[in-house]
Design a binder for this molecule. Structure first.
Ligand SMILES: [Zn+2]
Length: 430
């Protein structure tokens, strides 16, 4: 046995989870094989992707709308449906973000019943706090001391913050060309930042190699099954905020594709455990940037194979050229009767502007992708005027300020006199 193997072996034995009684193990999404809930993301039979399996009868017996409504105003109110125990968790009060009825944006797009799930107000200003909270607490409950990740930026911010909160070490790998704001918002938490000369897919590959050697909790590698479950809470909250009903149609940004598939899974689970009266029929649509749209392309070309691409877009948080869950996302969009859109960098900036000036929400480039795609899908009749639509806004605009800076600068600088003001600005007095 090599030194590497013995390290790996130790990591394996350390990773037996004291998770909820409802977790029955990990199940392969490819071949269906069940295995124990350890720190791994690959099926021991076929190397397919794993996800957490639950005993829904146990959850059904325990859970109720009242029990949830009496819980904390965070995603931990849904602990019964999550892979780590609630109660004694390390948290920054992530989740339970506002669902806003977007009347102004809806009027612009011809949609009468449009809602925005505003995840820009999470602790580190993106939806990643949901998934990191899962990975962190699973890692803590299983004795890990280092939290690591491959990131396009938002995940880096979140992992750094949550590691600081928990007193763990953070080691974070990013593509070297990341936005400066996201780099500063990571190192401020004391994380070790490792810029890699390459794109996200290169960084991710390196992390997969490191995860097999180091006994670290890589949140989106060996923690991935637990991590990804955090995204379901977006569906749980949406349904609860709509009075325990589901939307007709959701529009979700697609990077790895995991978020989109988990939102669908979340609605289905609510029904399985008896929290919804009717079986959910939610159409799911995906949004990508034209400069990185492998899943949208497969959908539009009616192809089952997702061809990896080299990303070239200002929407860096969605720039995953070889999306791990792309196939599953494609399948969800097809089977639910949704659509896919891909938008240019110019349309992304327009989408950010449109959202900000109609609803007062400043979203990062990913939000611009989602709003611009919504606009396209509404114009094409894929999103229908009478549908109750929920759109997921996943990150804050201050993270990608340079995207709007060229078009959103000051109009003019004036002398401090009334004359100068009147000369430079033509604004009505009331
Ligand atoms: Zn398998």
């Amino acid at each position: 046995m090599s030194a590497l193997d013995s390290v790996r072996d130790l990591a394996g034995t350390a990773a037996h989870p004291p998770t909820t009684a409802a977790v029955t193990g990990l199940q392969c999404r490819g071949c269906g094989h069940q295995q124990p809930a350890t720190a791994t993301h690959l099926c021991e039979q076929c190397f397919g992707p794993l996800e957490v399996a639950y005993d829904y009868e146990v959850i059904r017996a325990r859970i109720s709308r009242r029990r949830i409504e009496a819980g904390p105003p965070t995603l931990w109110r849904y602990a019964d449906l999550l892979p780590v125990k609630g109660g004694d968790v390390v948290t920054l009060d992530e989740g339970f973000t506002p669902l806003i009825h977007a009347r102004n944006l809806g009027a612009e797009l011809g949609l009468r019943n449009l809602h925005l799930k505003n995840d820009t107000v999470n602790p580190t200003n993106s939806f990643k706090d949901r998934v990191v909270a899962m990975a962190l607490n699973w890692a803590l409950q299983n004795g890990f001391r280092t939290l690591a990740c491959a990131s396009t930026g938002n995940l880096a911010n979140s992992v750094a913050a949550y590691a600081a909160r928990a007193g763990l070490r953070a080691v974070i790998f990013i593509p070297a060309d990341l936005e400066p704001q996201k780099i500063a918002a990571t190192t401020v938490f004391g994380a070790t930042l490792v810029p890699v000369a390459g794109n996200y897919d290169d960084v991710n590959r390196l992390c997969a190699e490191l995860a097999s050697i180091y006994d670290w909790a890589f949140v989106n590698v060996n923690m991935r099954p637990y991590y990804a479950e955090g995204s379901k809470t977006l569906a749980f909250e949406t349904a609860e905020q709509l009075g325990w009903t589901v939307p007709d149609h959701v529009v979700v940004p697609v990077a790895s594709g995991s978020l989109l598939t988990k939102i669908r899974k979340g609605f289905d689970e609510l029904y399985k455990v008896g929290l919804l009266d009717d079986e959910p029929q939610v159409r799911v649509s995906g949004a990508q940037a034209l400069g990185c749209s492998p899943v949208a392309e497969a959908f539009i070309e009616n192809n089952d194979t997702i061809r990896p691409v080299k990303p070239d877009t200002i929407a860096k948080s969605l720039a995953i050229g070889n999306p791990a869950d792309g196939y599953f996302a494609l399948d969800v969009v097809r089977t639910t009767g949704g659509g896919f859109g891909a938008v240019s960098d110019g349309e992304i900036v327009e989408g950010m502007d449109l959202l900000a000036r109609t609803e007062g929400i400043f979203a990062e480039t990913a939000g611009g992708v989602t709003v611009a795609t919504l606009k396209k899908l509404a114009a094409d009749g894929v999103v229908r005027p009478d549908e109750r639509v929920v759109v997921y806004i996943t990150g804050h605009g201050l993270k990608t300020l340079e995207a709007v800076a060229p078009t959103s600068g000051p109009t003019a600088t004036i002398a401090a006199t009334l004359d100068a003001f009147h000369e430079a600005f033509d604004i009505e007095e009331s």
